[in-house]
Design a protein around this ligand. Structure first.
Ligand SMILES: Cc1cc2nc3c(=O)[nH]c(=O)nc-3n(C[C@H](O)[C@H](O)[C@H](O)COP(=O)(O)OP(=O)(O)OC[C@H]3O[C@@H](n4cnc5c(N)ncnc54)[C@H](O)[C@@H]3O)c2cc1C
Length: 423
């Protein structure tokens, strides 16, 4: 059987001979996704391996530092500050395959792409992030970026959030939503709400506007120490929290949004809210092509051991970042710690064919909860929601120094150390 023919026979099925372009390439390490996780791993392994043979598959022309979008939405930075051309950030000795991965064939150590090419590997790292379902709420796609509908989760529209903040007037209502699904940065839906309140406060107009947090969840934050501070912030700004309120439709022409409310007895009712500003955190899920693959667990995430980040069925497959099944808060901060663990473990696997003395990821996640211009509660915690502070000071309160860390320190470390392979 010739190489091309061999590759065209996958998972027991013969793929039409002309389905793939000529067999593209083979790599010692193949990484899917050049976001925070994939790029960090590529740069780190390029340093660690004696003869690096690493390829990154990612269709995006740009790499985004998404944690900055909260401050961009609040008018602190221009959105260009969060972007670098992908070609600039991919390390020189790493091959960039500008394509989207579409199907995994882990038994054959092969991945195919949207353009019909096949790539084989010795070790695979899966890191394409989380999928945002912009079409998951009727009316969202059509209205995003106009009619008062904004979202910091969209690079295209992130600056419109600030436009909405500035146009709030006496008697207006601003609603901030959070969906029932897992999301990246669990704190982002509320951070922009606090910034909006602080913006209004500075203008002396806080009491002119009704500000509502309509969340499908049942609590403000999972870690009690930080939830306590946030509840004080909520009282200070005079915010209304409506839990178990799930956004289901937007009528931009009338500036109305429908929510399904789940009551204590489990029954539901629908209620329509008028809004002038609606900041939407859209529903999210594991990327479709991951969900439909044999790498996925029942919920669709790449099924890895939560400590070693090695796949539970395919030992030469690893995953980290938002797409991994690890039950931590999906954040760039988690990626940083996961990369430290995976860098060690994958090198061990390459050397010994097994992870002899594994490093273990403890579920570390961090969320700089911005509560106003110049105020941040730096929440850091592990799998068991135990606080894991990095600084020798009380982090369970609003601090100016932590705002500076968020605004200047972490972005600097991200661009200059983390994605250069020193997480
Ligand atoms: C508004 C907002 C605020 C945030 N705030 C914070 C914060 O304060 N602190 C914090 O730590 N984190 C924050 N985050 C979360 C953080 O950005 C993510 O957790 C982090 O980027 C996850 O890294 P990742 O590599 O898994 O995914 P991403 O960085 O999203 O990268 C995924 C990559 O995969 C690529 N890709 C997608 N599909 C395919 C495919 N089929 N084939 C190949 N490549 C593909 C994409 O093009 C992208 O480059 C925030 C995120 C947002 C949106």
């Amino acid at each position: 059987m010739g190489k091309q023919q061999e590759l065209n026979t996958v998972q027991g099925q013969t793929v039409p001979a002309n389905h793939f372009m000529p067999y593209a390439s083979h790599h010692k390490v193949l990484i899917i996704g050049a976001g925070s996780a994939g790029l960090t791993m590529a740069a780190m392994l390029a340093k660690k391996m004696d003869t690096p043979d690493i390829a990154l598959i990612d269709p995006s022309e740009s790499h985004y530092y998404q944690p900055l979008w909260t401050l961009i939405g609040a008018g602190v930075y221009n959105k260009e500050k969060s972007l670098k051309p992908m070609a600039e950030v991919i390390p020189e000795d790493v091959t960039w395959i500008k394509d989207a991965a579409s199907t995994f064939y882990p038994e054959q150590n092969m991945v195919t792409t949207q353009s019909g090419k096949a790539y084989s590997y010795e070790h695979l790292i899966v890191a394409p992030g989380i999928q945002i379902n912009w079409d998951g709420i009727p009316g969202l796609l059509e209205n995003l970026g106009k009619n008062g509908v904004c979202s910091n989760y969209s690079y295209r529209d992130v600056e419109y959030t600030y436009e909405c903040m500035k146009s709030l007037k006496k008697g207006d209502t601003a609603i901030f939503t959070q969906p029932a699904t897992p999301i990246k940065c669990g704190g982002a839906p509320q951070k922009i709400m606090y910034l909006t309140c602080d913006y209004l406060r500075k203008q002396g107009r806080l009491n002119d506007v009704d500000v509502l947090f309509n969340s499908a969840g049942g609590i403000i934050f999972g870690v009690p120490d930080f939830a306590k501070v946030l509840n004080e912030v909520i009282d200070r700004y005079g915010l209304t929290t409506n839990f178990k309120h799930n956004l289901v439709a937007i009528h931009g022409d009338k500036k109305e949004a429908d929510f399904v409310i789940t009551k204590e007895d489990g029954s539901t009712e629908e209620k329509t809210f008028k809004y002038d500003m609606l900041h939407v955190t859209p529903p999210m899920q594991a990327p479709e092509f991951v969900k439909n693959s044999s790498l996925a667990n029942e919920a669709g995430w790449v099924e890895v051991d939560k400590e070693t980040l090695q796949h539970v069925r395919y030992p030469n497959v690893f995953s980290l970042g938002d797409v991994a099944s690890t039950p931590n808060a999906k954040t760039g901060a988690a990626v940083r710690k996961q990369a430290q663990v995976l860098g060690h473990n994958i090198m061990q696997y390459m050397k010994h064919g097994e992870i002899k003395s594994p490093k273990k990821y403890n579920g570390y996640g961090s969320c700089p909860l911005i509560t106003g211009y110049g105020k941040t509660v730096l929440a850091e915690f592990d799998y068991d929601n135990n606080p894991t502070p990095s600084f020798p000071m009380n982090q369970a309160r609003e601090r100016w120094d932590m705002y500076m860390v968020k605004k200047h320190g972490i972005p600097f470390l991200y661009w200059n150390l983390m994605i250069k392979g020193n997480p």
